[in-house]
Design a protein around this ligand. Sequence first.
Ligand code: FNR
Length: 337
Amino acid sequence: MANSLGKMGFHNQIILAPMVRVGTLPMRLLALDYGANIVFVSSVDVLETVDFVAPDDRVMFRTCTKEKERVVFQMGTADPERALTVALLVENDVAAIDVNMGCPKEYSTKGGMGSALLSNPDKIEAILTTLVRGVSKPVTCKIRILPTMEETVSLVKRIEKTGVAAIAVHGRMKEERPRHPVHCDYIRAISESVSIPVVASGGSLDIIKTNDDIETFREETGASSVMLARAAMWNPSIFRSQGALSVDELQYIKELPQYSILCVCPQAVRYDNNTFNTKYCLCQMLRDRVESPMGKRLHAAQTNEEICEVFGMTDYYQMTQAELEARRWVLQATSSP
Ligand code: FNR
């Protein structure tokens, strides 16, 4: 099995967790720049179309070479054959394929996807076995914990037998909300009972406030690797081993754009990210500052250009547009007969 994740695979990695709406290309590239080793992209909608582009022309999954070796494509599925069809479509552009078995939202569970799979281990086995046999990249899955430790460990052991390369565990039950404490003891019990790498998820609120806390969470759970969702959504520079940047550094730093938290904004311009998605991600980062004059101007912005104006990045916006235009021109000139 090809392992484009490199020698470490899922061992000892710090990962950007799958997050719908948040884990778009700009955020993934930002996380990689700050020091994440692996990034997840989640997609429930691709299954509707078996395509990268939805019928209404929305881009569902945009990727680039920079992340190719480190991006894990997560899908929501309840059907082994459809899962395989989608996996075969994307496998050449991603490092691994993951199945979402933890999403408690109705849009997932009503179709038997996400956490609905947790009560259907036969279906889990069928999906994972089909993917492991049919796909040339490592296959993983992300689960939530079950009501008892025994049930959870027994499910995980069954999952391990399907040949998955790793298992991510969000240490909460499907009825539990993100504010509830994470069950490190369950993740530890899982880590001790399987030999594949376990990726711990769920530490953002209670445990992970700084970069050093990532290792604390790893130690408390005995896991091989850790994935971060909310901590990265609030401040993607949490991945910096030198320490996260402070909220005061939220402003675009002209001289050091690559170190500005808001470089999610430059990345958004560079990769033509959907404006409303960019706004959504930036609002998550501003947190209680969304009510500030800056936050209000951000709210009012209708285009990536207007977003850039809010942060004093008009020059950057224009320069990037000019570069993109020049590239478009070269492409057209070289592709015309
Ligand atoms: C999530 N989470 C999530 N999980 C998943 O497997 N697929 C998904 O698409 C999403 N989407 C998503 C969106 C947003 C906005 C958030 C905040 C979370 C769950 C996430 O990956 C993670 O398991 C939990 O948030 C717990 O980890 P943290 O936040 O404590 O690091």
